[in-house]
Design a protein around this ligand. Sequence first.
Ligand code: SAM
Length: 282
Amino acid sequence: MPDMENALYVVATPIGNLGDITLRALEILRGVDLVACEDTRHVRHLLDHHEIKVPTLALHQHNENEAAAKLIRLLGEGRRVALVSDAGTPGVSDPGARTVAAVRAAGFRVIPLPGPSAAIAAMSASGLVDQRFLFVGFLPAKVGARRTAITELAPVDAALVFYEAPHRVLETVADLVELLEPQREIVIARELTKMFEQIERMPLVAAPAWLAADANHQRGEFVLVVSAPPPREGMDAETERVLAALLAELPVKQAAKLAAEITGQPKNALYARALQLKDSPV
Ligand code: SAM
């Protein structure tokens, strides 16, 4: 039995392949007094697979506050508790955040046990070289709200990582094609770590046809990763003016930083332009 504190252990669990669980996660799940989880039958499958006998408590979005209060009572009695979700990392498009906040506010330690998360798995196998990515998770289910969300995300200078359900993947991808720059690429990662895993990279505009080409392409669980927007060619006159004025008084880095704050344009693009202006002022 490991030397364990009476803390809340936030444990990542497999997203498909049951082998994807860390040695430390198994040790902790064996050592705790209770495992709080979304679906007790689901976690029982994992626990049985590893011959772990430990009581479970249902904790899902509809009872999270009451369940968290119960966990805090148990922690107060010196018990050790684990929190898991159905798959992957708790709190990542899954319940857990409210529980973690309540437990911390009650003065108990929260100890994360890192492990699988579909977003990170997809990103790691995407081959996209974008330095930054924004984890969006699920887009709104309603068409109007989804399209507004995508429009707001369009100028963000980062790759975008979405979760999507199989019955909505086609319409979501159609909206991405319509509302994002056509030069962007998409990586469709489905059924990660499972038997029918597929990770396909293609121009964004080609994605609807790929999904429609085979009914299997729309089955299972999906992560969609869209590459960052193409670099902007040139800047608008006002941004150039602000940057040039700042550059006359300040070093390049500081000028780019301030210009980004003033204009809302990406700092890296302003920095690149500031270097050009410094070398050959126009
Ligand atoms: N907490 C989880 C995590 O850390 O990845 C995410 C839970 S969220 C409720 C479930 C969504 O994650 C699915 O609808 C799908 O978009 C994505 N997902 C989970 N497992 C996946 C897998 N094996 N392959 C692809 N996507 C997956």
